[in-house]
Design a protein around this ligand. Structure first.
Ligand code: KG4
Ligand code: ZN
Length: 338
C-alpha cells in the first residue's frame, strides 16, 4: 500500500508519500514562519489562506520526488485535528478531493497520534507498551501508550506547554518567533548554575507539569535590564536546564510507575538536543531505552501523518467523504481498530 499524507493543522503545510514495503518515498514541507513572524505568533486566517496556496504544489512535488504517479497511490491520510479549524479544513478539503478523484480510501489522523508514531519511521523503532513524553508548542503530556491507538494519559501541563515556555522566554530574551530552537542555541553558550530557576511540580508526586511560573521568573529576572550577550546566554541556559530537568524527572518516574523499559520522546521540543541527551543518559542508567524520531520529524511534518494513516488504513479503517475536522479532539478518545 502507498499512502499520500497531508498535514495542515497549524503553520506548516506538508505532504508525504509512504510505501508500506519501501518506506518513506518523499516528504515536502513549507513553513509559514516568515509569514507569521511579524505578528509574533500564528495568525489563523493567514495560515488557512497560505495552506490553500501551498498544498497542491506540495502534492505535485511529493509525487514527483517519490517517482510516483497518482495511479500508484492507494490511500490518503490527512490531519483531522486538533488544530486551527480553518487550517485543518484546507487540508481536509484537498485530501477528500484527491481521494474522490483518484477513487481511493481516506482516513483522518489525530495530529498527536502522528507525533507519537513518528519514531516508527526510524530503523530502530520502539516496542509497545511504552511511555511517551509528548512535548510540543501546545502540549506537554506523559502518556501510557498501551498499543497503537490506545493512549492513557498519565499527566499533562496545568498551564503553559513546554514549547510555549521555550517560545515565551525566548521572546523575553529578544529572540524571534518561534524561539525554542534559538533559545537552545543561545543556551549552548550559557554557563550552568548562574541562575537557579524554579523546577515546577518536581516536589509533587504525579505526572502533572506547570510552566507558567518559570516564564514569570524569567520575566522578573530580565525586566528593565540591559543584558550582555553572555548574560542572555546564562539565562537561556537556566531556562533550558529547568525545563529539561523537569521533563526528565517526571518521565523517569512515569517509567517507574508503569514498569516499562521504553520511553518515546515526541513533538517539537523533542528536537531539543539537551533533552534527548540527558533523558537518554538517565534512562539508560535505569536500564531503559529512549527512542525519538529524527529532528525534522519531531516538529510538524506529513511523514508522521503518513505512518499513522498507513497503519490505520492497513487495519481497515475508512472514513466517509465528509470534510470533517476537529479543532479540539482528546487523544484518549481514539480507538483501534475502528
Ligand atoms: O510539534 P510542533 O512542531 O508544533 C506543535 O504541534 O506545537 O512543536 C513546536 C514547538 C515550538 O514551541 C518550538 O519552539 C519547539 O517546538 N521547538 C523546540 C526546539 N525545536 C522546536 N524547543 C526547544 N528546542 C528545540 N530544539
Ligand atoms: Zn505538532
Amino acid at each position: 500500500m502507498r499512502v499520500l499524507a497531508i498535514e495542515s493543522s497549524c503553520d506548516e503545510s506538508a505532504v508525504a508519500v509512504l510505501d508500506a514495503e519501501r518506506g518513506l518515498l518523499a516528504h515536502e514541507l513549507w513553513s509559514q514562519i516568515d509569514l507569521h513572524r511579524l505578528y509574533g505568533g500564528v495568525v489563523p486566517e493567514l495560515a488557512s489562506r497560505d495552506h490553500v496556496r501551498r498544498l497542491l504544489p506540495l502534492v505535485s512535488a511529493a509525487l514527483h520526488a517519490a517517482h510516483t504517479d497518482a495511479a500508484q497511490i492507494n490511500g490518503i491520510a490527512y490531519t483531522a485535528g486538533p488544530g486551527l479549524a480553518g487550517a485543518l479544513l484546507s487540508g481536509a478539503a484537498l485530501a477528500q478531493s484527491l481521494a474522490f478523484g483518484w477513487g481511493v480510501p481516506i482516513v483522518g489522523v489525530h495530529h498527536l497520534e502522528g507525533h507519537l508514531l513518528a519514531p516508527l519511521l526510524e530503523a530502530a523503532a520502539p516496542k509497545f507498551p511504552h511511555v511517551a513524553l509528548l512535548v510540543s508548542g501546545g502540549h506537554t503530556m506523559l502518556i501510557d501508550v498501551r498499543q497503537i491507538g490506545h493512549y492513557v494519559l498519565l499527566g499533562e501541563t496545568r498551564d503553559d506547554a513546554a514549547g510555549e515556555c521555550f517560545d515565551k522566554t525566548a521572546k523575553l530574551l529578544g529572540l524571534p518567533y518561534p524561539g525554542g530552537p534559538q533559545l537552545a542555541q543561545l543556551a549552548a553558550r550559557g554557563r550552568a548554575g548562574v541562575h537557579k530557576l524554579p523546577r515546577p511540580m518536581l516536589d509533587q508526586p504525579g505526572f502533572e507539569f506547570s510552566f507558567s511560573g518559570l516564564k514569570t521568573a524569567v520575566m522578573l529576572l530580565v525586566r528593565n535590564r540591559q543584558l550582555t550577550e553572555q548574560e542572555r546566554a546564562d539565562v537561556a541556559r537556566a531556562v533550558q536546564d529547568a525545563i529539561v530537568a523537569t521533563l526528565c524527572a517526571k518521565s523517569l518516574s512515569a517509567l517507574e510507575h508503569t514498569g516499562y523499559d521504553t520511553l518515546v520522546i515526541a513533538g517539537g521540543v523533542g528536537a531539543n538536543e539537551e533533552l534527548r541527551t540527558r533523558l537518554s543518559g538517565q534512562a539508560a542508567a535505569r536500564g531503559a531505552r529512549v527512542y525519538y524520531p529524527r529532528a525534522e520529524f519531531c516538529t510538524d511534518n506529513a511523514a508522521m501523518i503518513a505512518i499513522a494513516g498507513l497503519l490505520r488504513l492497513q487495519a481497515g479503517e475508512r472514513w466517509d467523504e465528509r470534510i470533517q475536522v476537529w479543532a479540539r479532539w482528546p487523544l484518549t478518545e481514539l480507538s483501534w481498530p475502528v
